[in-house]
Each structure stands twice: as structure tokens, then as C-alpha cells.
Design a protein. Structure first.
Length: 133
């Protein structure tokens, strides 16, 4: 087959990118006693796009972007045993124009542990599906 055998079809339905926004959130360092946890919520405003689907990517500090609205965290605060904090960061809409970054960290060790300051970069890209009706 040759490329000239193919016909461009203008009736092909495809998703369309309708918006993109990048947000940076900083979390201060803190200390957790054995068995305790912290939950921090940071809200930010995004554009309301009726019928759009969001694709979310999250980057912690200088790491790589991870695709998805949920990212599991495991933080080792030193090389000694029993200095681990586990948790997650999640990004979700609370309303049409508000998006929330939720960070939950839990000390699962028998020692008091200090976690470092962290910076999260969230990229929200909105796509609109084709209207078939």
C-alpha cells in the first residue's frame, strides 16, 4: 500500500485538549510521634470545563512526573532502621472550580521522626470527549 491509498476523513471523532494548568505546592517540614499522622489539604482554583475529563500528573521535589491523581509515598529520614514515614498524595476536584491536593503522612515506627520539606508540582490537563449526539 502507498500513502496515497489512504483518505483523510474529517468525520473522525477525537478528544480535544481544552486546558492546562500547573500548580506548585510547598509543604513545610514537621515531626511525627510514634503512631501519629498528619493530613494537609491545599486548595487551588482551576477553570470549570463542563463535560471535560482531567488528566493529572504529580511530581515530588525534583523527581519525574507520575501519571495519576494518587501517588504513594515512602520517606526514609535517615539510614538507621525505624525511620520511615508512609503516606500518599492525592489530587481531586471538590467542586467545578476547586481542586484539592491532599497529603497524608503516617509514622509507622516506634520512634519520633522528622520529615523534610517537600514541593509538589501538579499538572492538570483537561480533555473534552467528542459529542456524538
Amino acid at each position: 500500500m502507498k500513502p496515497s491509498d489512504f483518505i483523510l476523513n474529517s468525520d473522525y471523532l477525537s478528544i480535544a485538549q481544552t486546558g492546562r494548568q500547573t500548580i506548585t505546592a510547598s509543604i513545610a517540614a514537621g515531626t511525627l510521634t510514634p503512631g501519629s499522622y498528619t493530613e494537609q489539604n491545599l486548595d487551588f482554583t482551576v477553570r470549570a470545563l463542563a463535560g471535560a475529563v482531567d488528566r493529572i500528573m504529580i511530581k515530588k521535589d525534583s523527581g519525574e512526573f507520575q501519571v495519576g491523581a494518587y501517588q504513594r509515598l515512602e520517606i526514609y529520614t535517615s539510614d538507621t532502621p525505624y525511620t520511615r514515614i508512609v503516606g500518599f498524595v492525592s489530587v481531586f476536584r471538590t467542586s467545578a472550580t476547586n481542586m484539592r491536593l491532599q497529603l497524608v503522612l503516617e509514622n509507622v515506627t516506634p520512634n519520633t521522626v522528622t520529615y523534610p520539606a517537600m514541593t509538589f508540582t501538579v499538572q492538570v490537563t483537561s480533555f473534552r470527549p467528542p459529542n456524538v449526539f
